[in-house]
Design a protein around this ligand. Structure first.
Ligand SMILES: [Zn+2]
Ligand SMILES: [Zn+2]
Length: 338
């Protein structure tokens, strides 16, 4: 249970009872995520979570009880679900912008032994896990789904040069994805050498440490003085949002992926926007379609997420896991096993 800033306690709570249309799942693995770490460190994230609560949102497990009226899933099935389910009938859903649904339901509670999946989520965002895929891998469906949605919005194409600002779990998932899409060059930017070395192992063509090198100059040097076709910001700070725009080529696209704190404003160079035909776009969350694609790509190992799990810990040690993530330079995602 998360009570507030870094106040995480292990408690016994009642096993939830599934009503009609709901499914109770025994969690087999959960994975930590940057959003969870942010919530742990800040004690809140606006509009998304109310405390105290069980938290965590990347998980997979086995169904133990299936509510009345459901023909699927069966009891004992390996599944993943959530962390969101759009309503399918609001004006955003009608536009196909399911990620912006006005009546979105969210599901928290991955760091637990059991999780109850709401009826709407069973219908639109629950999948059976293919048999050769581990629970931990399946848990990573959610962040990969967000990344797939982002790169689709950014229109990444074969032969593009791409710069990714931030080599955390989300930046690395972007790296794995754009490499599979056949980019000419993926340049990874961070301020921590350990993370950059890890990115190199995962296939980054070039790495730049923004603490010791001039990022803009290096990107220019690596792209014949043009900048990259696509820049992806995967940190969520106004300074890196602005930096991302300075790395793009004329006619290029900047995907501002990392969420900044509420009220944040950024400076945009109007000349670059107009004469340079720069496209700047934000990307929030993802859609049921991308959840499906993500699990399929994980299952086929087209996108192999296994190296991202750098440590495994027991559910009882969840607080320690977040303390490690708060300070470690080399941990990417921790698998939490109840
Ligand atoms: Zn996540
Ligand atoms: Zn909706």
């Amino acid at each position: 249970m998360l009570y507030g800033m870094t106040d995480l306690r292990v408690e016994d709570v009642e096993v939830p009872k599934p009503e009609a249309g709901e499914v109770l799942v025994r969690v087999k693995a959960a994975t930590t995520c940057g959003t969870d770490l942010k919530i742990f460190q800040r004690g809140y994230v606006e509009n998304v979570i109310k405390l105290p609560t069980i938290f965590g949102h990347e998980w997979a497990g086995e169904t133990v009880e299936v509510g009345e009226g459901l023909k699927w899933p069966e009891k004992g099935m390996r599944v993943r679900a959530g962390n969101s389910a759009p309503c399918l009938h609001c004006s955003m859903c009608q536009k196909g912008k399911y990620n912006l649904c006005e009546n979105m339901i969210w599901l928290w509670g991955a760091y637990a032994e059991y999780i109850k999946v709401p009826a709407r989520m069973v219908l639109v965002n629950m999948q059976e896990i293919p048999k050769d895929v581990s629970y931990e891998e399946a848990a990573i469906t959610e962040p990969l789904a967000c990344v797939l949605h982002g790169v689709q919005e950014a229109g990444v194409r074969l032969g593009d040069t791409v710069a990714i600002v931030g080599a955390g779990p989300i930046g690395l998932l972007h790296l794995l994805t754009v490499k599979k899409m056949g980019v000419e060059k993926a340049i990874m930017i961070d301020v921590v050498d350990e993370r950059l070395e890890f990115a190199k192992k995962l296939g980054a063509d070039e790495i730049i440490n923004g603490r010791t090198e001039s990022v803009i100059q290096r990107v220019r040097d690596l792209t014949g003085d043009y900048g990259t076709d696509v820049v992806i910001e995967a940190i969520g700070l106004p300074a890196t949002w602005e930096q991302a725009m300075k790395l793009a080529k004329k006619g290029g696209t900047v995907l501002e992926f990392g969420g900044c704190p509420p009220g944040t404003e950024i400076k945009v160079n109007a000349e670059q926007l107009h004469y340079g035909e720069l496209t700047v776009l934000g990307s929030f969350h993802t859609t049921p379609l991308h959840f499906r694609k993500a699990l399929n790509l994980i299952a086929s190992r087209t996108i192999d997420v296994r190296p991202l799990i750098t440590r495994r810990m027991r559910l009882e040690d969840i607080k320690e896991a977040f303390q490690i993530l708060s300070t470690s330079k080399s941990e990417i995602k921790i698998g939490i096993i109840p």
